[in-house]
Structures are given as C-alpha cells and as structure tokens.
Design a protein around this ligand. Structure first.
Ligand code: GLV
Ligand code: MN
Ligand code: MN
Length: 418
C-alpha cells in the first residue's frame, strides 16, 4: 500500500474511532466500559478484513494475529480514553501497529500480532495499565474488587457488565513467546515539536505513584458557623493541593498533581465535610520519586493535624521508572536511519503499556509529535503524515528484529556445544 493510501486509511479509522464516544466534548471511552468494547470490536472487524485472526482474553485485551506462530513480535497500545480526552492517545499505536503488521506479516519468520490493551488510562479507577498488568501477570491480588470508580463500582463489577471476567485472565504476555513489543504513541509533550523532529525513541518511562486521600471535616451550616473552629475539609484540601504543587516544582524533572477532588456534600451553603482527592506523582528517577511521595505524605499529615481534619492516605498504584530494552530500541533507531527520518531519544513523562510489558518481554516505544503538546484534552492533535512515518519505521524495525532473531537462531547453541 502506498503512503497516500496508508494515510487515508489511517484518517478514516481515526475518524471512525473518534465517533465511538459518550456525548460531549472530545472523546470519552471509559476503561472497561461498553464504548471501549465497541472500539475493540471495530478494530477487530478491520483486522479481519485484512485477513488477521482475532482473540480476546478474559480481561478484554484484543489480540489481532496477522502472522501465526511463536515466537512473535507484538505491536499495540490502548483504546480507552480519559474523560473529554483526545482522539489520538492510544488509538495511534493500535492503528499504526495494524498498518505495519499488515505490511510485513507475509515476509517474516517470526509471528506478528497487534494487541489493543484494555483499561490503560488511570482516570477511572486511579490505577493505569490494568489490561497489560493482567496480560503480564502483574496485577496485585484483590485489586479488581478493591479499586472503585467515582460511582463506587469495582473493576470486576464494571467489567462483568460487558461480559469480561478479568479475574480469570491467564497471563500470556511474556518472553520467549513474545520476542519483542513495540508501541507507537503520541508524545503528549513539546520536545519533538521544539526540535522539529518527526519521531522520538524513548529510553525511560517515568514512574508514577497515585495516592488516594480522604479528608474528614465537619459539615455545618455555612451561614451560622463562625469561622473560628470550623473543620473545613475543602480548605484543608486546598492547602494540600498547593503543597503537592510545591513538591512537584522542587522535584525539578519530576511532577506532582492533584487532578481530582470530590467534595461532600458539595453544597454552596454547607461547610465542606469531606474531600476525596487523588495525587499523581511522577519522576524518571526512582529515588526522587520516593522522596516526593514522602514529602506529599508529610504535607498531608501536617495539614490534617493543624486543621483537625483527619486524613487517610491509600496507595492506588506505585510503579518505578522503567528503562526500555536496548534490542528493540536499536531496531527503531536503525529503522529511522534507514528511512532517513531524523529522530531524537527522549524520556516519557506519561505512563504507557510498554512500561508494564518491559518487565516480561523486551519493549520499545516510538513517539510521534503532538502539536502544542496538548493531550488528555479535546483539542489533542497529531499529523497523519507523522503516523504514516511511524508505520514505515515500525515495519522497518519488525524486519530488523526478524533478521536478528533468525541470525541468533543460526548461532550454535552453547549448551549443545558443551
Ligand atoms: C497515561 O495516559 C498517563 O496518564 O500517563
Ligand atoms: Mn496513552
Ligand atoms: Mn492517556
């Protein structure tokens, strides 16, 4: 397929997936919800049209099998979104993977598959990469009943409503069956745009801690309760928001955010009696990440003590930074050079399924630019020609990995040689 045809097919598929959304601004396809399933069904139909076979595991990870056999090269990303998110986050990696797999499957010795992971976004349950954790066997015991969304429904409740049984998911994603995993993703930042390069090869993916805070104040009439002696849970939360911002600023290359507050009773005429919040701490340095989490915990305790608003803090997720594997990374950089596409090596501040997969199989991550760096927002953008360039590089990297694997298989087995 020529470049123009690839771009127009990518465009049509991006448009079709963007239409699978809750009403409102941007794209909203909540993790483990029916719209996420609808998006998975759509890509499955397209893959079947390309001649691929489709399998879905109990956690709803959809595997599109373009080239049978093991070991196999795996491509992919996710199809869920944050509320009022963009049309490219995740989607680009699944669609680019499908293009590259369709192009090279017939040529390779290794098998080729594309996975659309379920539930990558941490927005709904506070913890990201649930599908890839289940596929790799990294999901902690009890998590699926423990984590709940804003409506109070557990992961298991929500997933069962769409016919999935994540607790029954048998881990399947690991070496040696999976020779390597390659993910394409929008950068969601400004480095590539500022440096005017079309592709980025990621070396390290930032670690992330998510802490759920529950602050308990005392709900009272806002007109009759004197200012002195109030136990206002929202005023306490406001201080904590600023403390978290300070911790993020002091971390230099790290970040810290409170992106969500649920206020109870959330009424204009009642002193807030309770607040639930989620803190998101990220860093590419594991030591600094731990130090920031400690500083956030200390700030929460200090505010809670001083204001008489007791706080409980629960860890929803704690993932260390991940160095990606050299072998598939080299295949990506060599394929960029082959295609005469300048690239830049850079870290990823956002989390990605590749960080989870990297624990069980060699994994690499290729970025395409995000104009204005805006993501997790309705006006998230990405140029189709950049996605098409990523498809060329992916296809080249798959060929190189296949050649390398054939070369390694041809070497004498040291065990047999004695
Ligand atoms: C993924 O989207 C993240 O929040 O890092
Ligand atoms: Mn994503
Ligand atoms: Mn995202």
């Amino acid at each position: 397929m020529n470049a123009v045809a690839v771009e127009s097919r990518l465009q049509a598929r991006l448009d079709a997936l963007a239409a699978v959304t809750e009403p409102g601004e941007g794209v909203t396809r909540p993790s483990f919800g029916p719209l996420e399933r609808e998006a998975h069904a759509l890509v499955s139909d397209w893959a079947r049209e390309d001649g691929a076979r489709v399998e879905t595991d109990a956690a709803g990870n959809t595997v599109l099998i373009y080239g049978e056999g093991e070991p196999y090269l795996l491509l992919g990303s996710h199809l869920d979104t944050v509320p009022a998110g963009g049309r490219f986050d995740g989607t680009v990696g699944v669609l680019a993977g499908m293009e590259a797999a369709a192009q090279v499957a017939g040529e390779l010795e290794l098998g080729v598959r594309v996975v659309a992971f379920s539930a990558e976004e941490g927005a709904r349950f506070g913890r990201p990469c649930l599908g890839s954790e289940l596929a790799t066997g990294a999901s902690p015991a009890g998590l699926l009943d423990r984590l709940r969304d804003a409506a109070g429904d557990s992961i298991n409740d929500v997933a069962r409503a769409t016919g999935l049984t994540p607790e029954a998911c048998e881990p399947w994603l690991r070496a040696p069956a999976v020779a390597a995993y390659l993910e394409v993703h929008i950068e969601q930042g400004l480095v590539l745009e500022h440096e005017r390069v079309r592709l980025g090869v990621v070396d390290v993916i930032a670690g992330a801690d998510r802490l759920a805070i529950e602050l308990t104040g005392y709900a009272q009439h806002s007109g009759t309760t004197p200012m002195a002696g109030r136990r206002d849970a929202l005023a306490a939360a406001a201080e904590i928001v600023l403390d978290v911002e300070r911790v993020g600023r002091e971390a230099r290359h790290g970040v810290a955010t409170i992106g969500r507050l649920d206020v109870g009773p959330n009424s204009p005429t009642t002193v807030p009696g309770s607040v639930r919040a989620v803190v998101d701490v990220r860093d590419v340095d594991a030591g600094r990440q731990r130090a920031s989490v400690e500083a956030v915990r200390a700030a929460i305790d200090a505010v809670a003590e001083r204001r008489g608003t007791p706080a409980t803090v629960t860890s929803l997720a704690s993932r260390a930074p991940v160095m990606l594997s050299a072998w598939p990374r080299r295949a990506l950089t060599a394929a960029c050079a082959d295609a005469q596409l300048p690239y830049r090596v850079l870290p990823s501040g956002a989390g990605h399924d590749a960080a989870v997969v990297a624990h069980t199989a060699p994994a690499a991550l290729l970025f395409v630019p995000t104009p204005n760096g805006r993501s997790h927002a309705p006006d998230e953008a990405c140029r189709t020609e950049d996605i098409a360039a990523a498809c060329v590089v992916l296809a080249g990297a798959l060929r190189r990995l296949d050649d390398d694997a054939a070369g390694a298989a041809a070497l004498p087995d040291p065990e047999q040689e004695g």
